[in-house]
Structures are given as structure tokens and as C-alpha cells.
Design a protein around this ligand. Structure first.
Ligand code: ISE
Length: 343
């Protein structure tokens, strides 16, 4: 493997080396020529050492705040548990370092507001949020066709989001925070409007699951530009991992196609394989996202993916969905004006 020239590469610190963090670290190490993994942190220090060992000369640190403030670290990737994102992102802002935070930006509306306000007060956009579907070639193709206007005005987003399995006892609220955020981001991004109303229903797919489990959610949304969305999130689909996004417009529709194009003939069947999880399905998107993030920092320009406003809006939609889920009623969003920093 070619050694990276230290003086020209961006030194990235990775916080959290579980499945997602390890994938970001490896992608940075293998696929991004102008960046290197300089330091890693994980509560599980063995896991951190393992990932560091696969990424060249990365330091293993015992404290995420130390990693953020380490003078050898230029920029930070946060892939630790969801409820640590806001706190660590704020620490990056304080240190004046660019940060790619995995989704969600925060797990409460209050925390999302805190992060948004801190960046606005700083007056500089340092935060990028890991909504990787924006870098998926199939999603990007849908976006291009819809934005081009030939199909007329976008009217409806139809999203399908299926995970093979999640831990027993998962609540509808956790699914809204951890999974459905992707679909909220896709909805806003593809339809080009802001959510104004949401309505959520959920059910337990199997009797052997914990009684409080809601593992299939159906979400409806109305947006500012007179468009609608309907989203299925089913996290115990069993057969594999699948995401699809369709935008129905006035004169046609555009839908993401299968990421795997190979057709397998075997055992009297003609079949397309289905990925088992998001790391497999969105590998190209994760690489494209981190390449763009590093380029944007190296070139001193804005990141083309999701920003703090997007992360905040997604949390606002999530919070409103939680309220609707609890009350069983349609819930309106209280959207504030978009700060000029994001216009
Ligand atoms: C996971 O954290 C992801 O980001 C995946 O894209 C999503 O499909 C899954 O539901 C989440 O748990």
C-alpha cells in the first residue's frame, strides 16, 4: 500500500470503532488519498486497537475529548452511540475542528437546537451529518431527474426502509430516532420542501416479540410545497436489508433501482441477491461521502451533503413523529426560520 504523505493529508480522528466507525476508518484509510486516520477512540479499547492496527499508524486514545483537542488531529468523525453525538459535536465546535457526525445529529430536539445555535453563533459551518443516502448513486439519480423538472412538480415521496432484524424490545421511538431519520432526510432532500405535519402508526410484527415492541411503522408527512410523503419502516423484515425511494411527480415517477445488478440462476430460480445490512448496501455511498467531506475541508469549501440545519430539521420531524406516535394524532411542526448561515 502506498504511504500517505503526512504533510498533505488531513489527519482524521475517529470516535467510536464499532461497525460504522470501523467502516469509516477503513474507508478513510483505503479509499481517501488526501486523508489518514491519525487517532481513534472507543470505550472498548481492544476494539479501538484492532481498528487502529488496520489503519496504519493511528494513535489509540482513552478519551474522546482528548482526541478532539489533540493537536495532531485536524478533523473528527463521530460514530459513537447516538446519544453522544450532540455533546461531542459541540466539543468539536469549541475546538474549531470540522466534524462529520454520524446520524442523528442529536437524540432530542433540545440538543439539536443547542448544536444549531452554537454553530450559528460561531458563524462558520464546521458540521457535516452522515446522511449517506445523498451519496448513493441510485438516490442521486432520482434527485437529478426530479430536480430537472421534466416530470413536473414532485407530489409524493414513497419510502421503504427494511432491516433484517433488530434487538428484541425495540421501541417505536428508537426506530424513529435511529432508522427513520434517513427517510426524513430523503423526503426533504428529494421533495425540496419542509415538513409541516406528521402522523405515525406502528405495530408489533410477531407475538413472540416483547409486548412493547413496535417494529413496523407507517409515517405520513405533509410538506410546505404541497407535497406528501408516506414511509414504511420495518426493522424485522427477516429476509435482508432494503431501501427504496420513489418520487411521484405530475407526469411520471422516479424510483431507486436495485443496487446489485447481478442476476443469479440457481436451484430453479432467477434471483437478485439482497444485501444483509446497510454497510453492504451503502458501501459506495459511505466512500463517496467521506471523499467529499475530506475534499471539502482540503479545498476550504462547503460540504455537499447534509448540514446542521438538515440534522436539526430531521430531529424536529423525529420529535414530532414521537409526539404523534404517543398521542395517536396528527402533529404539526414548529419550524423556525432557516438561519442565513445555511441559505
Ligand atoms: C442504522 O443505524 C443505519 O444508519 C441504517 O442505515 C439504517 O437502515 C438502520 O435502520 C439503522 O439502525
Amino acid at each position: 500500500m502506498e504511504t500517505k504523505n503526512d504533510s498533505q493529508t488531513l489527519a482524521v480522528g475517529v470516535i467510536g470503532t464499532g461497525g460504522m466507525g470501523a467502516r469509516h476508518a477503513l474507508n478513510l484509510h483505503r479509499a481517501v488519498g488526501n486523508a489518514r486516520v491519525a487517532a481513534v477512540y472507543d470505550l472498548d479499547q481492544d476494539r479501538a486497537r484492532q481498528v487502529a492496527g488496520m489503519c496504519g499508524q493511528a494513535l489509540v486514545l482513552e478519551d474522546p475529548e482528548r482526541l478532539i483537542n489533540d493537536p495532531h488531529v485536524d478533523a473528527v468523525v463521530i460514530a459513537s452511540p447516538d446519544d453522544t453525538h450532540a455533546r461531542l459535536t459541540l466539543a468539536c465546535l469549541q475546538a474549531g475542528k470540522p466534524v462529520l457526525s454520524e446520524k442523528p445529529l442529536a437524540t432530542t430536539i433540545e440538543d439539536a437546537v443547542r448544536v444549531l445555535e452554537a454553530e450559528v453563533a460561531l458563524g462558520q459551518r464546521l458540521i457535516s451529518v452522515g446522511y449517506m443516502r445523498r451519496f448513493d448513486p441510485q438516490h442521486a439519480a432520482v434527485k437529478l431527474i426530479v430536480a430537472d423538472g421534466t416530470l413536473g412538480r414532485p407530489l409524493l415521496f414513497k419510502g421503504v426502509h427494511r432491516n433484517a432484524a433488530v434487538p428484541h424490545g425495540i421501541t417505536g421511538e428508537t426506530i424513529l430516532i435511529n432508522s427513520a431519520g434517513h427517510d426524513f432526510d430523503s423526503t426533504r432532500w428529494l421533495l425540496g420542501g419542509e415538513a409541516v405535519e406528521v402522523f405515525v402508526r406502528g405495530l408489533r410484527s410477531r407475538a413472540d416479540l416483547h409486548p412493547d415492541t413496535k417494529d413496523l411503522l407507517l409515517i405520513e408527512m405533509a410538506l410546505t410545497n404541497d407535497s406528501l410523503a408516506v414511509i414504511e419502516v420495518y426493522v424485522n423484515a427477516d429476509y435482508g436489508y432494503e431501501v427504496s425511494a420513489e418520487v411521484v411527480c405530475q407526469r411520471g415517477s422516479a424510483i431507486t433501482t436495485l443496487a446489485d445488478t447481478v442476476l443469479v440462476r440457481a436451484e430453479a430460480q432467477r434471483a437478485h441477491p439482497i444485501p444483509k445490512d446497510w454497510l453492504a448496501r451503502f458501501q459506495d455511498a459511505y466512500v463517496a461521502e467521506v471523499v467529499e467531506w475530506v475534499d471539502s475541508i482540503q479545498e476550504g469549501r462547503l460540504f455537499r451533503g447534509a448540514n446542521t440545519w438538515d440534522g436539526y430539521m430531521t430531529m424536529l420531524i423525529t420529535g414530532s413523529c414521537i409526539a404523534s406516535f404517543r398521542s395517536g394524532a396528527v402533529t404539526s411542526l414548529k419550524v423556525s426560520d432557516k438561519p442565513t448561515l445555511y441559505q
